[in-house]
Write a protein that binds this ligand. Sequence first.
Ligand SMILES: [Zn+2]
Ligand SMILES: [Zn+2]
Length: 437
Amino acid sequence: MLDEAAPGKTATQIARRIEEEILARGWPVGELLWSEPELRARSGVSRTVLREAVRLVEHHQVARMRRGPQGGLLVTAPDTGPSIWAMAAYLEFTGVRVADILRVRSLLEPMAAALAAERITEDGILALRKAFDRERPGYAGPMPEERLHARLSELSGNPVLELFVDALDSLTRRYVHLAGRTENLEIGRTSREAHLRHGRILDSVIAGRAAEAEIGVRDHLDGITAWLGRRGALGRPALGLSSTAEHLGSASLAVSVAARMYDDITGAGWPVGTSLGSEAELTDRYQVSRAVLRAAVRLLEQHAIASPRRGRIGGLVVTAPSRQASVDSAALYLAYKGMTTEHARVVREALELGAVRDVVAGGDMPGEPFHTGLAEASGNSVLCLFLGIVGDVMGEADPEEHTAAHHEVTEALRANDTGLALHRLRRHLNSAPRCWS
Ligand SMILES: [Zn+2]
Ligand SMILES: [Zn+2]
């Protein structure tokens, strides 16, 4: 893994160009686009750089290289895996708290349940019932081993909600595994309670009772928050937990080795700049071949979690994951899913209105520029990241003409008039859904 100077920058640019072109062609899943020689001729780069670019495209699940005489770049359908890993890495690196995760869940999931109730179909009912029947109460924590929350967000028909709820669900379950190591009796009880609650939510959604579904999910999440609060888990940063592997990415050996290495890094408090060991030490520690280790290292490198280095601090060195990687990865997935302005608007409205309430409760006035200032003043790193993603994929460069609207919201906040601030912000977001600053 240390045998090659990083061809990083050029490869990233080539990868982006390939992805943009696939997007411009309407993301034709299953189509074979260009052979390797064709791609080399078009991009004018060396075989090494091109292969690195293709690996990035493969990592984003946009396309994969099919080898052989009939080979070429085959367009693929992405899932939420790469985005979720990118977001989780960034959030855990920045020290996200359990309370922040649950707060954002309570802003988004009740809305997802209401939307699901409004548009549920026979197929949706089948999928929900199947997910519910597969739950095993008493498995490992206050929530049964289930995907019901993710199913509900899928049925909302809003890809932004789906992606965010999926990410929050993965992050929460990392905690639940930790909190769940105690008192089996209580775990069994709370888990059965959660299963019962799921049943009632399911009934509301299937019957199309949107308001009831919304309240049901809100109460259920309040219950989870209270449970974790009693265990003192809410203020804890999300570090040192295991079990990333089953939630993130596909199930290849390289992915599971990467996930174990990732857990070791978070477990050590994310020591940026320190070496995890040489290639020989790592193949030994993780009991894998050099090829598998290299594939795992590439994954960590693509998420800016660790990077192979030469020199004085050699070996695999821990790096700081970037916010931009999360934004880029999410933007690609949302483009694939056909996100509309309205999808982004409703999610953004829920998050920003939530931020206003948190700002009023916390007492810190937001700084400039307005929208990012509001997100930051909420003090919630999940809310900041999600709003950053929505703003980035939707936003206009120049919010100048909206200064007056921003000022009005700030005035209401200064006067401690929450209701008026919420009204003004909602009005602004409705009339200028793309305003972002
Ligand atoms: Zn639940
Ligand atoms: Zn604005």
